[in-house]
Design a protein around this ligand. Structure first.
Ligand SMILES: Cc1cc2nc3c(=O)[nH]c(=O)nc-3n(C[C@H](O)[C@H](O)[C@H](O)COP(=O)(O)OP(=O)(O)OC[C@H]3O[C@@H](n4cnc5c(N)ncnc54)[C@H](O)[C@@H]3O)c2cc1C
Length: 833
């Protein structure tokens, strides 16, 4: 017995050393003591060992660790050989990759990679805060804009953004939300921009696109951040007022996801502009998919710049460069329009051949030539965190608003379809997504508002929110049945269904963003030591590189040991030893589980990077799962924070518990999938022993909990309003979503009368068939009062309108818009010119 206790104490001591990131000498002392104990016979209850060769050999680990505690010896025996090995095997990080890596900041993602998230950092992220002016804009012009929009007219009848909408957004400054006040813009915070974009998105994906693009990666932001004074003074006020409509052209036919390989080219040379000889650039390019392109007056263009005669003093290959070109400049061709997912927002190709522009049209002027990729990546880190997450989150909230109402109003088999368990299941998925996406959106926007440019978080937010929007739209469609499938003015789901793929594809198509950007690049960025090691290994000066490497390497070893031991301990103890924030109260358990999962994540991430190394870019089934695992933990942190920020409203704890259970279960699936498929087979048992010492313990939320959540949200009231906050809600019976809101309230108010009528119908007292006035019949037979009959009549006619689908004269459906034939603009077309 004493031996077992002693053994447990020894194991405990080693685990504690690992978790405490003990220095090498502490390990040496511990091993020395262990050897001493072993030799005294205390561990196995035997007689003290003699002085044979074996007992001397047993001291070898102690001797080795003691020697390695001497810095100079450790350096020459371990660090330097590892450093030299790393230098030879490490794939070179290209310039464009390095610029992408260095462009953003790290945020709460680093806490997850650390394995020991700091709750103070989570709490220090501000809740949603808007200035009085921003709030007034959200409640005023944004609301007005939403009320003006007729989605069917936009996407079907006109297939064009109506002029009155353009005028309104320009006049009210929507196109200059990110432009500073100093330059005539609204100067709104990213949080405000996110909420404004979201509200518009809840009404029309087309209209939000025309507002989003000028407020996202494009001329406005690039000029504001990098422009010369002349460019700022000339363009920013004009962009802010909508006197210029901008577009930004990066993608071309041969360079989509791999945009940096663009073939668009500029040569520095002297040429003539407005009759004067001047230094400039001769450009040839071909771009496609450019949003606002067909309407743009100002084309932002990315191209590769060469300077044969070194006129700029930056060498021959200057690098990717960005310029601003007026759309009416001679040689600029603004093509016709693409038709992306039937959208009405302008999108099309543009091209030019040997177009001369003055050198000061380069964004930031001559000095910024060659810095284009860095400029784009810096803006993308922030922009990607705002634009698509805002609209995708608002989209899910809208799905929840309309689907929860429709499912309550629509009856089959004598019951609202929402009462059917099969319908409740997707409905609860939408509720969970609406809560979690909004939590993560708000937290991320708050981080950007305080100046962060979170590159990894923005990538995971982009793919997670748009992907979850896709699932929510599908769930909403399924719950609506045929009502969602038949298009027309009263269909409020089709535009979201059609446009979801646009969000999935733009700003880094989701497959690439998930598998390549979030983890493969993200691990380098968010890991506390890895990028420092990579940078050190790439230092051309070996001595300086080794110095930097040694520091990071020593810390990295302690970090890895701490994660391995910490993950094991927390997984054995179910997270009981982790501390939760003081205020966590009922959610303390989930904070602890989050910290526990984060330890496991840090451990597996570390091994993944160490063992796959340069293979990370190709082992995308692994990196994709690791991206999912990271996302789940980030979004769970946001969910817990939202609950606190909202003041822990009664009833929401069911949603938070459900979301936490599901998130941890999905996390477990992702990390378990990584381990089961890990390319280095020998590492799998080790990973399993640390991460799942007692098996896969996280279970998804139960059906019963899902039912509680659904009940909480299906009634009109605070909970439903909170889940769908900041979207446009109409109460106009002539609006396709407004009539749903009005009907839901009346249906609920009429429930008692309806129950009486339904019973009478079931009992055969009243018959409900075409041609019979069953309300009058029920009133005559004393089943319901006259007032109740009136109430039910009104409900019946409202419900009839809600469930109605549109029908058309065949002539109305003729495709008037598409001219058959040549709507391709490709290389063949260029060659033919
Ligand atoms: C409606 C719309 C609007 C747009 N607006 C603009 C705009 O205003 N300005 C602009 O410059 N561009 C714009 N784009 C272009 C958009 O950014 C690109 O479509 C996007 O970058 C993907 O490029 P691609 O379509 O050529 O797909 P491809 O690059 O051909 O990719 C095909 C698939 O392969 C995947 N993939 C590619 N490489 C990898 C990899 N290494 N690892 C894993 N998966 C990979 C992608 O994720 C994708 O799923 C727009 C596109 C659309 C459809």
């Amino acid at each position: 017995m004493a031996t077992v206790v002693l053994l447990l104490l020894v194991v405990g001591a080693f685990l504690a050393l690992g978790m405490a990131r003990a220095p090498m000498w502490a390990w040496a002392v511990a091993v020395g003591l262990l050897t001493l104990l072993g030799q005294s016979g205390a561990l196995d209850g035997a007689e003290a060992a003699g002085h044979g060769i074996l007992s001397w050999l047993a001291w070898l680990p102690f001797v080795a660790l003691s020697l390695l505690s001497i810095p100079s010896l450790r350096r020459s025996l371990i660090v330097a050989p590892v450093f030299d090995k790393v230098r030879t095997i490490l794939p070179k990080v290209s310039d464009t990759e390095a610029q992408a890596l260095e462009a953003g900041t790290v945020g709460f993602d680093a806490e997850i990679f650390s394995g020991t998230p700091d709750w103070n950092k989570l709490q220090s992220i501000p809740p949603i805060q808007l200035s009085a002016e921003e709030q007034a804009f959200l409640d005023g012009p944004t609301h007005q804009l939403c009320a003006m929009i007729n989605d069917w007219q936009v996407r079907h009848s006109l297939r064009e953004i109506p002029e009155d909408i353009w005028d309104f957004v320009k006049k009210n400054g929507f196109l200059g939300m990110l432009i500073s006040k100093e330059h005539g813009g609204l100067g709104f915070s990213p949080q405000a921009q996110s909420l404004i974009l979201g509200k518009i998105a809840s009404r029309s994906p087309d209209i939000v696109t025309i507002v989003m693009v000028p407020n996202s990666l494009g001329p406005g932001e690039l000029i504001e951040k990098y422009g010369t004074d002349a460019q700022k003074h000339h363009y920013l006020p004009r962009l802010a007022k909508g006197e210029e409509v901008p577009c930004f052209s990066l993608t071309g036919p041969t360079s989509g996801s791999d945009a940096a390989t663009m073939r668009d080219i500029g040569y520095v040379m002297r040429g003539t502009y407005q009759g004067n000889e001047t230094l400039g650039v001769r450009l040839s390019w071909e771009k496609r998919y450019i949003t606002l392109g067909p309407k743009a007056t100002l084309v932002g263009l990315a191209f590769r710049l060469f300077d044969k005669d070194n006129l700029l003093g930056k060498g021959e290959d200057v690098g990717i460069t960005l310029a601003l070109i007026p759309a009416d400049h001679p040689g600029v061709n603004i093509g016709r329009r693409h038709l992306p997912s039937g959208a009405a927002f302008p999108n099309g190709p543009n091209w030019g051949s040997d177009v001369f522009i003055p050198i000061d049209w380069i964004i930031g002027g001559e000095k910024m030539a060659g810095n284009g990729w860095r400029m784009l990546m810096e803006c993308l880190s922030a922009g990607r965190a705002i634009s698509l997450p805002s609209s995708a989150t608002a989209g899910v909230k809208m799905m929840l608003r309309v689907t929860s109402a429709y499912a309550r109003v629509r009856k089959q088999f004598g019951l609202p379809v929402s009462r059917m368990e099969g319908v409740e299941e997707p409905l609860v998925r939408i509720i969970e997504t609406a809560y979690v996406n909004e939590a993560a959106r708000a937290m991320t926007a708050a981080m950007v508002s305080r100046g962060e440019r979170p590159s990894v978080i923005s990538a995971l937010m982009k793919y997670q929110t748009t992907e979850k929007m896709r699932r929510a739209v599908n769930d909403a469609m399924d719950i609506h049945g045929g009502r969602a499938i038949c298009d027309g003015p009263s269909n409020y789901l089709q535009s979201a269904y059609q446009m979801v793929p646009v969000g999935i594809t733009v700003e880094g198509a989701n497959i690439l963003t998930r598998t390549l950007i979030t983890f493969a690049q993200g691990a380098l960025r968010s890991h506390p030591y890895l990028y420092k090691e990579v940078q050190a290994a790439q230092n051309p000066d070996r001595a300086r590189g080794l110095d930097a490497f040694e520091d990071a390497f020593d810390n990295h070893i302690a970090f890895s040991l701490s994660n391995a031991t910490g993950a094991f301990v927390h997984n054995v103890t179910g997270g009981a030893l982790v501390s939760a924030p003081d205020h966590a109260q009922r959610m303390g358990h989930w904070y602890r589980q989050l910290a526990r999962a984060s330890r496991s994540y840090a451990f597996v991430a570390d091994l993944t990077v160490a063992l796959l190394g340069g293979g990370l870019k190709t082992k995308q089934k692994i990196t994709g799962r690791m991206a999912d695992a990271l996302s789940e933990l980030y979004m769970l942190a946001a969910t817990l924070k939202r609950y606190d920020d909202d003041g822990r409203p009664a009833g929401d704890d069911h949603i938070v518990t459900l979301a936490a259970k599901n998130a941890l279960h999905r996390f477990q699936e992702a990390i378990g999938g990584t381990i089961d498929n890990f390319p280095a087979h020998w590492a799998r048992p080790l990973m399993r022993a640390v991460v799942f010492p007692l098996g896969r313990r996280f279970k998804p939320a139960s059906d019963a909990l899902g039912h509680k959540v659904a009940k909480h949200v299906l009634q009109p009231g605070e909970a439903r309003d909170r889940l769908t906050r900041h979207i446009f809600i109409s109460k106009d019976v002539n609006d396709p979503t407004g009539i749903l809101e009005v009907t839901l309230e009346k249906v609920i108010a009429a429930e008692p009368a309806e129950k009486k009528l339904e019973k009478a119908i079931r009992d055969g007292i009243v018959r409900r068939y075409h041609g019979i006035d069953w309300f009058a019949d029920a009133e005559t037979k004393g089943v319901i009062t006259a007032a109740e009959a009136e109430q039910l009549r009104e409900v019946e006619s409202l419900v009839a309108r809600v469930i109605a689908v549109d029908h058309f004269d065949p002539a109305e459906l003729k495709p008037n818009y598409v001219t058959p034939g040549h709507n391709l603009r490709g290389n063949e077309a260029l060659a033919a010119e």
